[in-house]
Every structure is written in C-alpha cells, then in structure tokens.
Write a protein that binds this ligand. Structure first.
Ligand code: ADP
Length: 263
C-alpha cells in the first residue's frame, strides 16, 4: 500500500506539473496575441495621420503651392497631422518605459494641492478654448502632503484634466477635490459635467487604444493611450484608480495616493 500511495502522490505531482506547464503555454499564447494586436493597432494609428500629411503634401507638390492662401491652409493641416504623430509616438515611448521592469519611481514627499494648481496653470489655455473652468473644490490654502513620483503624478493629473476638457461640456466645469481615504491615503477626484461614458464602455476605457468614439477622440487629438498610461502609473505606485460616469451627465475619475505619515 505504501508503494501504491507513493505512485498516487507521484502521479498527482506529474499531473500538477503538466497542468502548470499547459497554463504557462496558454499565458504565452495570450501574451503573443496581445503583442500582435498591439502592433496592429500601432500601425493603424500611425497610418491615419501619415496618409493625411502625405495627402496635403502631394496636393501642394501637384500645384496647390502656387496659391499662397491654399498653401498656408494645407501646410497647417499637414502640421496638425505631424503633431498627432508626435503625440502618439511620445505616448508609446512613455508606455514602453512604464512597462519595462526597470521603471524607477522617484518617490518623494510633495504637495498635491500645489501640483493641481501647477497643472491647472499649464492647461489654462486649453480649457479656455472650450470655455471650461478649472476649479479646486474648496480653497485648499493648506498643503496636502503625499509620497510619490511627482513627475508621474503630474502626468496622471494632466491626462485626466485634459480628458475632462476634451470630453467636457462647452462652458462646463472641471472640479478637483481631495478627501481622506482609508486612514493612510487621500483620494483625488477629477469631476466633469461633460458627455459621460455609457456603462458598457466603462470597463474598457483603460485599455490601450480603446475609445468610445474613434472620430471624436481623433478630432480632439487623442492617441487612445492617455488612460492606459494613467492606470499604469497609479498601479506602479500600488495605488488604485476608479471611474464613475453617466452618459450625458459627466464623469468622475479618482485615484488614491499615500499620505505623508506625520501629516
Ligand atoms: P483619448 O486619447 O482617446 O482621449 P484616453 O485613453 O485618454 O484616450 O481615453 C479613452 C477614451 O475614454 C476616450 O476616447 C473617451 O471616449 C473616453 N473618456 C476618457 N475620459 C473621458 C471623460 N472625462 N468623459 C468622457 N469620456 C471620456
């Protein structure tokens, strides 16, 4: 009986080993699938603005350059296409950095209130174009000290606020508020009263290149990578990101940050 039970144990082990190898192979196939899809997406995303730029340049070369007014119009449009290409490549660059194992977070104490104010200042012009007011919920005259990589958090706030401007209501508002969260953390909320997101899209908006409305996002100069970058940064800090949204009512994106201990 001891031999049969040994054989039993052994065959169970072999079975387990085989299953774990099969799982590894499934994971590898899955990753290969993601990789292929990602590459396919990238070339598709780059092709659209590239063909636009090429189109305008060819028309110019074909004779449109003789008319100064038309030349200027086409050159401006070509330039816009190049801007889009640059923003996609920049975002891709950032994603590959964030995904590489050696992403070094430079964690240090910083004031979240000051960071929000700085980002507001940088985005003031953009918000003005759609007549959107950028507001801090209360008069945060006091600092809100947290620990994290300030440059990465600046990116998080920038992407979320830019989205609230792009998809916000004209003449609308973007409100940022902060509150204590589970004792050791704070929750930073970015809330707009714009077009909102339907529930069936909500679970997918953090995926790379996922957009609710392709043409709307393109028209706004989006690469479809903004939210995936945000999620990456927050998760690299071991923090959480949440979204609540209602179509035609608005969206609220929020993320946690670690509070400085003595604060
Ligand atoms: P994009 O470059 O397209 O803005 P993001 O990754 O930043 O890419 O966002 C993905 C999609 O999520 C957007 O295309 C848009 O459909 C939706 N979205 C993001 N933020 C908001 C918001 N504040 N209000 C409504 N929709 C939003």
């Amino acid at each position: 009986t001891s031999i049969t039970s040994d054989i039993d144990t052994l065959s169970r082990e072999v079975q387990k080993f085989a299953e774990s190898k099969q799982q590894q192979i499934r994971n590898l196939n899955l990753r290969e699938g993601y990789r292929r899809e990602f590459l396919g997406n990238i070339s598709h995303e780059l092709k659209t603005p590239l063909f636009t730029v090429q189109g305008y340049l060819l028309t110019l070369v074909d004779g449109a350059f003789k008319d100064e007014k038309i030349s200027l119009k086409y050159l401006n449009r070509a330039n816009k296409g190049v801007d889009r290409l640059i923003s996609i490549v920049k975002d891709l660059d950032l994603i590959s950095k964030l995904e590489s194992a050696d992403l070094n977070l430079n964690k240090q104490p910083f004031d979240m209130v000051k960071l929000v104010k700085d980002v507001f200042e940088l985005l003031e012009m953009k918000a003005k174009k759609r007549n959107i007011s950028l507001l801090l919920d209360k008069h945060y005259e006091f600092p809100m000290m947290v620990i994290g990589d300030v440059e990465r958090y600046e990116q998080v706030l920038t992407n979320l606020i830019v989205n609230s401007i792009k998809y916000g209501k004209i003449n609308g508002t973007t409100i940022i508020s902060m509150e204590p969260h589970k004792g050791k953390k704070i929750l930073v909320k970015v809330k707009d009263n714009g077009e909102g997101i339907k529930e069936d899209h909500l679970s997918r908006i953090f995926e790379r290149f996922y957009r609710v409305d392709q043409s709307r996002s393109r028209e706004q100069g989006g690469s479809g990578l903004g939210l995936s970058i945000v999620k990456h940064i927050i998760e690299a800090h071991n923090e959480q990101i949440f979204v609540k949204s209602k179509a035609f009512r608005g969206s609220e994106f929020s993320f946690t940050a670690e509070k400085l201990e003595q604060f």
